[in-house]
Design a protein around this ligand. Sequence first.
Ligand SMILES: [Zn+2]
Length: 470
Amino acid sequence: MPDVLIQNARILEDGRLVPAEILIEDGKIKGIAKEFRVSAYDEKIDADNMVVIPAGIDGHVHFRDPGLTYKEDWYTGSCSAAAGGIVTVLEHPNTIPPVVDKVGFSLKLKHAKKKSVVDYGINGGVTDNIDKLKELWRLGISVFGEIFMAESTGALNISKETLGAALSQIGQMDAPACIHAEDEAIRLENEQLLKNDTGIDIHSRVRPNESEEKAVADCLEINKSAAFPARLHFCHTSTPEAVRLITQAQKDSSPLNNAGKVTCEVVPHHLFLSTKDYGKLGTLGKMNPPLRSPADAAYMIQALNSGLINAVASDHAPHMRYEKDAPMLSAPSGVPGVETLMPLVLAGVRKNLFTLERVIQVTSRNPAYIFGLDRLGKGSMAEGHDADLLLFDPKNIVPIKAKNLHTQCDWTPYEGMDGLFPGMTLSRGDVVWDGAQVIAKKGRGQFLPGAGLKTDEDGKIILDDNEDDE
Ligand SMILES: [Zn+2]
């Protein structure tokens, strides 16, 4: 017997919204049709003419747990995701301790298992732990990175020599690597040159466009000359210069294998905010890479829509308001965003910035493929896939207000901007957000192991090859 029947819904079909019903069994989509003639099911959901799309996959969140749980933890972060229509997240390694070995990985997995209401993957960090990368991959991390090429929160940045060695190892394992591309030398030089500058946009000038451009160029070059080039995914790409380099690299890479394959993502603050918002935001607009010019933001919207940028992620990086209440140069970098990602891009559809079809590609289908989550049933609203769904009423655009959000962080850089919030979110067939509150049980989220997870017949993880021979 099916568990759930969703009636009176609309779905996107060949560019048009058409009436549909959705049947869900064992947390998976059993079928989508104009009308089902089933009489027995556990639960009926009246979608009240709402549009149903795949729920979002956010490939870039920092939930600060373990170690910095006064900023966020797996429960508040995942509730914020669910209320924003996102039920799959990849959490990045710069927590305390960082996920750079088995101890760090196991501790984070324990916290997530206990608290997360949405499904999650855990990323593995790359520092001077080259000898631990294989172990991390075998433990089931999703992706390596973000690999910091310049200083940022958590100070995990590495030298170019280490980057080359790491990428070669990662390539050999056929794992994806996420890159935070900013050039450390340019940052240090500008920090010195501009140390007495009190301009409000100083952070953007310390880390200018050419800083990202140089780092992307260097990383592509280093990867190309590695013995085993890795699959590269550039996080939070923020400049036309970087997008052009990545587009060229995509053209150059072989479509026949993964080695050297290149993708990139953009974050909402590089689409919907710009340097002209510093006056209003002050340090609340400080993040890495920094806000760019209005012209750059307009380019990024266009590049996302035309297919040059492959995915959207939030880079949800909460800090408390009192921490942000500091001079621009010393305030921490990062903004919350997991709950506002889908509302901002869906409101963008209403404003004809994007098509709904494109939004579906960049928030679910593409991230699922890039991060290897498609093999676990994620990223597609089709039979046999997880029933991870976002339902929304296209007319329901409201101003974004921090007080309505579920993150522990009590502010948002998007205060007052238009958001189209989900009326309901389902994760594997369970309603986790009903439009008014998160109704998911703490710890219901499932771990999504990466493709490198290797276990024996008893389910015991095999960490090194010597054990295989025994
Ligand atoms: Zn980053």
